[in-house]
Write a protein that binds this ligand. Structure first.
Ligand code: ADP
Length: 726
């Protein structure tokens, strides 16, 4: 290679190296610049960080101080809390989730009398063991092991029920234990000794008061029972004396004796019943009975007083409600008599309406029967409606003061209804009237709905004449239910316009302007011969009126459904004459045996059945009664309960035994001064069918005789002429 070439190459190399150097220098200075920038940035950051560190340091110092203060506060709070826990007189302890004692206050530990084992760390089971082993706890009827098991089981519950334990020294501690979220348990032991003792004292005082009240009630019950017996003679004899020929003055005296006696008896009965209920001696005697008939019996009883005041008594018995139930008819009638008696007593004009409804369930043979008694009387102020159910409570005002009464009727009714598992209530508007109601569950004897009798031939359309709208509606519903057409009129003159195409006329007796009898006269005067039934609250007065000749029959109001149906049946073939007298003559008299040792009572009884077409015999004691049962073969026996030699219950038992062999069942009606507790049971156990309480009353005796009269015997009491014709 030439020198020139070498030089040129060298120069090229040098140039390249110079270029590289320049390049590297440029890169170096670029890197230096970058480094410079970075250093500057770092410098800034360092300054910032330093400032932050300084702030954090200050903050830290502040937090430290505050933490110290907070710790101090916590310590103070803990000390105070523990101090408080220590000072409370109830026991307080804290257990961990493993059931070890963490801490307990002095009261808690006190009962352990400084036993070393009871200290923080001790297990709950050990505490129970100590309690029984050391005799600290009185486990009562439980063995120690059983008590510990019971307590341990309780302790393990998620939410243990509070429990009261009794200590050896008769202190009572109520343990209330609460489990916390982590399984810890706080246990409180409250000393409730004072309240336990107080409660015991209260119970003892209450038992004592109840015993005293029962003793008082028993005394009252016995006293009123004793008073009733002589009252029998007074009322019974006054009754009979009244039927002998007396001067007006004598009659007045006798009536006064009788009325005062009756009034006294009502009060005695109320007191007796009330005290029997209070002494828990009153029991119900369920037996089959006819609800509708029972209500009618009460209506009949109250009819005279209602009639005297010009009040109408109406009964609306739900057509679809059965009438045969099992219940205590006597007590049912008593409630009805009280409520209806009040309705009549506190009503000067208008009506008393009894509505009977119910929900029956033929599947279980039960019915819920509701009876409501509505009157248009003086009413009861709203603030007194609860008050009047209290014993001896009455509405205290001018108007009430004119009425007699003890204020016991509603209290007794309420208790009787609740004995029947029912409820009683009242709604009232002062001056407008009151509405008393009660609902009782009753068992049906025959779960079937009442059977509907066939409509008699020829009877299609009935004309109902009554000025009382409620009465018209009830009759209309009853008749329409039988498929009859009904035309209702509110007065005689109106009815005279509607006589065409009518098969039967049912008319009320007492109506303004034209009464039922005048209406009957007017109907016949038009030449119309449609049969007329008069519905009267006072049939004997109606029967004496000349207008009665136009009537097919007079029916006592309100008419029991069965009676109404029977009357309608008799209208079908039109008036039928009674059975021929030859057949009548062939019939025998009904035989009645009365077992009664007391001669005065025999006399009273004889007089009461005077005029009855019966064969009556007396037995002077139970032995004679059994003998006469076999020889006289009575159709009915009245049996006094307390008699010498053999009492009425024993005699009945013997008679029932004879009947088991011979067959048959003679109705036996017990006569008692009053059925007290035990008596009732004995009476029913002896298989006596009914019982009447003395003083005896003519209608009751007659009722029992009529009910028991066999078909082959003559009717004991000849029916009123018009009824016989009907
Ligand atoms: P008594 O009728 O013997 O006073 P009750 O206990 O039967 O006792 O009735 C208590 C009171 O309730 C009555 O005195 C009367 O003030 C009021 N009372 C009851 N029934 C009625 C009623 N149908 N109308 C208005 N007030 C009545």
């Amino acid at each position: 290679m030439s020198l020139a070439n070498k030089l040129a190459e060298e120069r090229r190399g040098r140039l390249a190296a110079e270029r590289l150097l320049e390049l590297k220098q440029a890169e170096l200075s670029a890197a230096n610049r970058k480094l410079g920038k970075h250093a500057a940035a770092l410098q800034g950051e360092i300054v910032e960080t330093r400032a932050e560190v300084a702030t954090v340091k200050t903050e830290n110092a502040r937090v430290k101080t505050e933490l110290g203060q907070a710790n101090q506060k916590v310590e103070i709070a803990e000390r105070r809390l523990w101090h408080s826990v220590q000072t409370i007189t109830d026991g307080f302890a804290f257990f961990d989730s493993e059931n070890h004692l963490v801490a307990a206050n002095a009261s808690y530990l006190a009962i352990f009398d400084k036993l070393d084992v009871i200290q923080p760390g001790v297990h709950y089971i050990t505490i129970l063991q100590v309690l029984t082993d050391e005799g600290i706890v009185n486990t009562g009827s439980l063995a120690a092991a059983d008590w510990r098991e019971m307590m341990a089981d309780r302790w393990m519950q998620p939410e243990p029920e509070p429990i009261t334990i009794r200590l050896w020294n008769d202190q009572y501690i109520k343990l209330v234990d609460r489990r916390g979220a982590g399984g810890d348990i706080v246990s409180l032991g409250l000393n409730i000794t004072t309240s336990v003792i107080y409660e015991k004292e209260l119970k003892a005082a209450r038992a004592e008061a109840e015993a005293a009240s029962r003793a008082k009630s028993t005394f009252l019950a016995n006293m009123s029972h004793e008073i009733r017996t002589p009252m029998n003679g007074v009322v019974g004899m006054a009754d009979l004396l009244g039927e002998t020929g007396l001067s007006d003055e004598q009659q007045l005296y006798v009536d006064t004796i009788k009325n005062s006696g009756e009034a006294l008896l009502v009060i005695i009965n109320d007191v007796l019943d009330y005290s029997k209920i209070e002494a828990k001696k009153l029991q119900l005697h369920p037996e089959p009975f006819d609800l509708e008939r029972s209500i009618h019996e009460v209506i009949m009883l109250l009819q005279p007083s209602a009639r005297d005041k010009g009040l109408t008594i109406l009964l609306d018995y739900d057509l679809f409600l059965p009438t045969a139930y099992i219940g205590d008819p006597g007590r049912f009638r008593q409630v009805m008599t009280n409520l209806m008696g009040n309705a009549v007593k506190f009503t000067a004009q208008g009506h008393v309406l009894i509505r009977v409804t119910g929900v029956s369930d033929p599947d279980n043979g039960k019915a819920d029967v509701t009876v409501v008694i509505e009157d248009t009387g003086i009413g009861i102020p709203e603030d007194k409606t609860d008050h009047i159910f209290g014993e001896f409570n009455q509405v205290e005002n001018e108007r009430n003061r004119q009425f007699d009464g003890t204020g016991l009727g509603l209290a007794i009714s309420q208790r009787l209804v609740s004995l029947m598992e029912g409820e009683i209530w009242v709604t009232s508007e002062e001056g407008m009237g009151s509405c008393f109601g009660f609902r009782i569950p009753l068992e049906m004897t025959d779960a079937k709905l009442p059977e509907q009798p066939p409509v008699p031939d020829g009877l299609r359309r009935v004309l109902v004449v009554d000025d009382v709208a409620a009465n018209r509606t009830i009759l209309q519903r009853q008749l329409e239910q039988m498929g009859l057409g009904v035309v209702c009129c509110a007065s005689g003159p109106e009815a005279l316009q509607h006589l065409t195409d009518i098969d039967l006329i049912l008319t009320d007796h007492n109506m303004p302007d034209m009464d039922g009898l005048e209406f009957a006269d007017a109907v016949r005067a038009t030449g119309n011969e449609t049969p007329i039934l008069l519905l009267s609250s006072n049939p004997s007065v109606a029967a004496g009126d000349p207008g009665a000749q136009h009537l097919h029959a007079i029916v006592q109001k309100p008419v029991p459904r069965a009676d109404l149906f029977a009357r309608l049946q008799s209208v079908g073939p039109l008036i039928q004459q009674t059975a021929p007298s030859a057949e009548k003559a062939a019939r025998r008299k009904m035989r009645v045996l009365a077992a009664e040792d007391n001669k005065t009572n025999q006399l009273v009884f004889t007089k009461m059945v005077k005029g009855a077409d019966i064969d009556l015999k007396f037995a002077n004691n139970g032995i004679e009664a059994v003998e006469q049962f076999s020889s006289f073969v009575p159709d009915l026996i009245f049996m006094d309960i307390s008699m010498p030699k053999m009492d009425g219950k024993e005699a009945t038992t013997e008679i029932r035994e004879i009947e088991q062999e011979t067959g048959g069942h003679v109705p036996i009606v017990a006569l008692t001064a009053h059925a007290l507790n035990g008596d009732d049971k004995g009476i029913l156990a002896a298989r006596i069918d009914h019982y009447l309480t003395k003083p005896l009353r003519k209608p009751e005796i007659h009722g029992k005789i009529s009910d028991a009269c066999p078909k082959d015997a003559l009717p004991p009491f000849p029916p009123p002429a018009l009824d016989e014709a009907g």
